[in-house]
Each structure stands twice: as C-alpha cells, then as structure tokens.
Ligand binder design. Sequence first.
Ligand code: NPW
Ligand code: K
Length: 525
Amino acid sequence: MSELLTAAQMRTAENTATDAGQVTGLELMERAGRGVVEAVFEEWPTLAASRHKAVVLCGPGNNGGDGFVVARLLKEWGWEVEVFLYGDAAKLSPDARVNYERWLCLGTITSNESLEGGYLSANFDLVIDAVFGTGLSRPLTEDAWLFCKEMYKAGIDVAIDVPSGFCSDSGRFLGESRSDFEGPLSVALTVTFERLRQGHALLPLAGVLRACAVKSIGIDQYLPDFRRETSVSYLSGQARIGASRKAVLNSTAQSSSHKYSHGHTLVLSGGAGRTGAARLSGRAALRIGAGLVTLGVPGSAQMEVASQVTGIMLKRVDSKEDLSGILEDERINVLCLGPGLGIERAGGLVPVAVAAGRACVLDADALSAYEGRPEALFDLVTETCILTPHGGEFARLFPDLAAKLNAPSLDGPAYSKVDATREAAARAGCVVLYKGADTVIASPDGRCSVNSALGERAAPWLATAGSGDVLAGFIAGLLARGFSPMSAAETGAWLHVECALSFGPGLIAEDLAEELPKVFKRLCS
Ligand SMILES: NC(=O)C1=CN([C@@H]2O[C@H](COP(=O)(O)OP(=O)(O)OC[C@H]3O[C@@H](n4cnc5c(N)ncnc54)[C@H](OP(=O)(O)O)[C@@H]3O)[C@@H](O)[C@H]2O)[C@@H](O)CC1
Ligand SMILES: [K+]
C-alpha cells in the first residue's frame, strides 16, 4: 500500500523542507528535472544510447521551470532540443526564471503564439509537457488550450507531474469538456515526485496515463503523517501484496478451528428467476473464507436454488418474521443484502437485518430501495455496515454529492470522487465503497483508499454482469472472518481486481471466485 498526495500536501512538504534550510526551491527543481530525464531513460533505454530530438513546452510556473531543466539536461546529453513558452517571460516564478536564463545560454525559446499546427507531431521524437502542473487553479484560457491541444494532438510522450489541464487532486479536466478535440487523450509517461498525486488514481485522468514514474526529490521526511485521517491510500500492484498476504495467511492459518469460528454469512436472495446474483455473492463469501454460508430464499425460489448450490445451505425467508427467527442464531455474524433482492423485498428486510446488529453489506437493491428517502437508511445503519454503490446507486443515495461531482469544475482543486465518498461515509455513518475502475473506499473517520483497476492493473473485462455481486460476497466473507469493515472493503476490492487480472480476458462473474485459490496460492508462496 502506498499513499496518494494532494497538491497542497506536496506544497506543504516542499515549504517545510525549504523553511528548514534543508534544500532550496532551485535545488528541488533541479532534482525534479533530473528525475524526469532519469525516468525517460529507464522507460525507453534506447533513447539514452543515441541522439534524438525533443521539444519541451513550458508554462509560466514551476512546472515550466522543471521543463527548462529537462531541456538543458537533454541538450547536455547531446540531443537537439526546442523550447516553447506559454506566458510572459517577465512574470516567471523566481526559480523558473533562473532555469530560463540557464537554458538561454544553450538555446532559444519560442512563444506559444508561434507554434504552428502539426509542427510537434512532424518534428520530434519526444514531446514533453511542462505547461501546467499542480498549480493549475482554473480552466485553461482559450490561448492556453490552443497550445496544449497541439501537444495532445501530437501525443504527449512525457508529462511532468500531471498532463496540463488536468487537476492533480481530482483527476478531472478543469472546465467544460473540450468539444474541439476529438482524438483520444493519452500520455505515454507521467513523471511525478515522492508519491503519486490523488488525481493520478482517479478517472478520467487515470484512464489517460499509460505509465507513471515516481522520482524522489529528497523530501520524503517532510511528507504528511500518513497514519492520519487526511491521507489517502493507494491499493495497487505489489505494494498491497504485503498487507493482503498477511491478512489472508492469518485468516486461513487456523486450520484446526471449527467452521463456526470462521463465521457464518447469510445472503438474502430474491424470488424465482432472480436468484443468480445472491448465489454469486454466497459462493464468493464461501470461497474467500466464510466458514458457512446460508442463502435466505423465498419459498417460491427454493427449488430453483436447491438445484444450483451444494456447499451452501438454504433457509426459507418469506417475511420479516422469518428473517428475525433465523437471526436468533447468533453464529450468523454477517448479512449480505441487495444482489437480485428486489426493491420491495429489500425495503422490508433491510431494517430487520441492520437492526440485528451484525456486520452488514448493503448493495444493489438494498440501496436503491432508499431512493428518495436516503435519510431513512442513514438512520438505520451503524458503523458495522458497508454500503457498496455503483455510480447510479450513489446518485440515488447522495444526489447532491453526485451532482457536485458531475458539474463542470470551474476552479481547482476540483471536487473529487475521494471528496464525495468521504462526505458520503460521514453522512451515512459507515464505510462507503464507491465502485468503478477507480473504486474509492472511505470510512466515517476520514480514512480513505483508492483501489485501481487501471494502468498497470487495467482489467476492463471486470466490467461484466454479476461482478459487483461477487465483490459484495467477497466483502461479506472477509467480514465473517473478522475483518473490520474498512479492511474487508479494501481487501475485498483489491482481491476482486487480482482475480480478474489472474483470469484475464473472457472472464465472466462466475470465474472470479473460482480464481481465488490461485491468487491466494501466489500471495502465500
Ligand atoms: N511542490 C514541489 O515540491 C515541487 C514542485 N515542482 C514543480 O512545480 C509545479 C507546481 O508549480 P506552480 O505551483 O508554480 O504551478 P504550475 O503548475 O507551474 O502553474 C502555475 C502557473 O500557471 C498559471 N495558471 C494557472 N492556471 C492557469 C490557467 N488556467 N491558464 C493560464 N495560466 C494558469 C499560474 O498563474 P496565476 O494563477 O499565478 O495567475 C502560474 O503562473 C509542480 O507541478 C512541479 O512540476 C518541482 O519544481 C519541484 C518541487
Ligand atoms: K505538465
């Protein structure tokens, strides 16, 4: 697990380091530029071996300053380098100004207004974007956009810190969407410093980045205290394996324990013809480690379900009273409601389930049943519950937050999915997992994680019918094994993507839980 930074957190770290007299802003800029060149040669080793042609597009702030350093270093390496500047050279920031002057000893600078259409794509091996970074505070002006559009049209090879125009906290493009640009936005390599920014993990920016490199500029010790509730964890790649391996080992190691000590999950199913979703959840809960799983099924669907399941038990649940009766068995420690449940049935059963005081995953219909009256749900749920909405369900429960998130962002930092999920968790009083390729998980105390199925963990085949039902089951199974709600949501979401990556294209929801043993084996080897 690593952490994601906001622009403000990074600025504070930089200021603390310079105020402490440890380093100057100019030295940081030099380290940033060196880091970019290092990352370029690591990404494309053949580029270090011979001369090439690069163009660096610089802006008026320190991002542009980094760009001047990169231009100088590449020129010293023997490359042909051209530099364009957006903005007034007289108004450059002091550190950028120094590097502007240093560059002028080696080459010339052309104004953005003189950049001709198609020039970048026709003439350079490497297009480097140093126009705007974390200081973008408002939508691009028309002339700034015309300049940046040329880069996007040519294809940005290297973006310093963040591709220009995107907000590094929210991952959103500031302003109205640009209808005059039709090409796919894509950035081959983004180089950032110390840690990824929050926006690198969030859509739409996360979908634009093909590779990210994180380079140290020597201020790690000044970064914020990541144990605090203000930090955001990134559940991605190898970094997460350590924690997950431990969790999985802990949960599977007690082989001498009785099945009841591994927890008992009750998944409530919908009626005849609608039982598949709950069966997927139940199977997923069992696979991930719940000792026992029972499906609570209406009488009309009992035959259908009985003919489909083996390791899962069945109980008849037609009414609230039936559910109350079953919950007298205190060994049932987790409930999972929503997948295929039906809105009406959910409306009746959710209050009984939640009132029982057990850990509870509320998904799909269990959330949609509260459209138009979300406060009724928030009054019910406690901190042992987890809500797992997708975008549509999130908008039903939190219409104001969804509207804020979908409105054009007119100043930076823009309202982000992290902000929305944190507000949702605080309002509901329980963990909220807001699904997507950039799943955000937040708890009411402010802790927050982003689980990525993008970039190096891209698994577009995970967007398949029933995939969310499996995720609800994974989380319910981990809760049954004693995981806390936040940890169950994080680990379930992470394993969900791992299973999809392990299986690969062609995946259907049924495959996800069946892939778990392979994933566990790899984690534990
Ligand atoms: N923090 C660190 O540790 C380190 C940071 N480093 C680097 O610094 C970068 C951050 O630098 P930064 O703060 O100077 O901001 P940056 O992105 O260059 O833009 C600011 C300029 O753009 C302007 N401007 C803004 N919006 C605009 C718009 N819509 N249209 C037009 N103009 C607009 C704005 O103008 P103003 O708002 O002041 O009028 C200002 O002139 C960071 O990304 C990294 O690369 C490294 O050097 C090493 C250590
Ligand atoms: K940039």
